[in-house]
Ligand binder design. Structure first.
Ligand SMILES: *Cc1c(COP(=O)(O)O)cnc(C)c1O
Length: 222
């Protein structure tokens, strides 16, 4: 099933759109199957889980961190294994990534996560604070801002997600237009199983898909 699911998605995705297989709660074997079917990027929410999968899948795919970031997650092994961190939402976290990356001589590509639904308790920086965060993070030598990411609120109807994608796209274009040094606004990561087609219509060039690849999750959080 995983193989067919991946192939179907890849055939249908327009050119220039990158697929991230959102792999939380999946076994290393399931993730490996997805990679063998053509997935090039794995999205991980939890560092421990990702490291178990990494032992099996290794460098056959790239690894993006898409989970909630806490300072204590940001360790040497973590910055070693990930190729991009999509969920940077504070200068404090960015500084920690920068510090760890400096120790291993790496420049980490990151996306700034936008809390486009302005939901309390949700991660992401508020839309009006995004530009300042990008400016602050751009001063860190071992981090490179490569774009924005958003989740948007969980809604029954995928169409209802559209305004949050539109708003995030506007922020993306505005910051891109500033041409800030050490910032390359290349990626806009938006859209999941139910909403990725809408996200692509609104400018996403990275989509993060879990359920449609691996099936329903029987446990774990969103
Ligand atoms: C789980 C998850 C996804 C994918 O969700 P699905 O609805 O299973 O496609 C995308 N992005 C993030 C950050 C996630 O945690």
């Amino acid at each position: 099933m995983i193989k067919q699911n991946v192939q179907k998605i890849l055939v249908e995705l327009p050119n220039g759109i990158e697929l991230v297989a959102a792999a939380k709660t999946r076994t290393p074997e399931e993730i490996l199957q997805a990679v063998q079917a053509g997935v090039k990027i794995i999205g991980a929410n939890y560092v421990q889980e990702a490291r178990r999968a990494y032992e099996v899948v290794g460098e056959k795919a790239e690894w993006h961190f898409i989970g909630t970031l806490q300072k204590h997650n940001v360790r040497r092994k973590m910055v070693e294994m990930f190729d991009m961190i999509e969920t940077v939402d504070s200068l404090e976290i960015a500084k920690e990534i920068d510090r760890r990356c400096a120790q291993i001589g790496k420049v980490m590509p990151i996306l700034v996560e936008i809390n486009s639904g302005r939901e309390e308790q949700k991660s992401g920086v508020l839309p009006e604070d995004a530009e300042q965060l990008v400016r602050d993070v751009s001063n860190l030598r071992n981090i490179k801002v490569m774009g924005l990411m958003t989740m948007g609120p969980r809604l029954g109807n995928p169409e209802d997600a559209r305004p949050y994608f539109v708003e995030t796209r506007k922020i993306f274009e505005r910051i891109k237009g500033l041409d800030l040094p050490n910032v390359e606004m290349k990626y806009l990561s938006m859209g999941m199983t139910t909403s990725y087609k809408i996200a692509i219509e609104e400018g996403a060039n990275i989509v993060r898909i879990g359920t449609k690849i691996f099936g329903e999750r029987d446990y774990g959080n969103s």
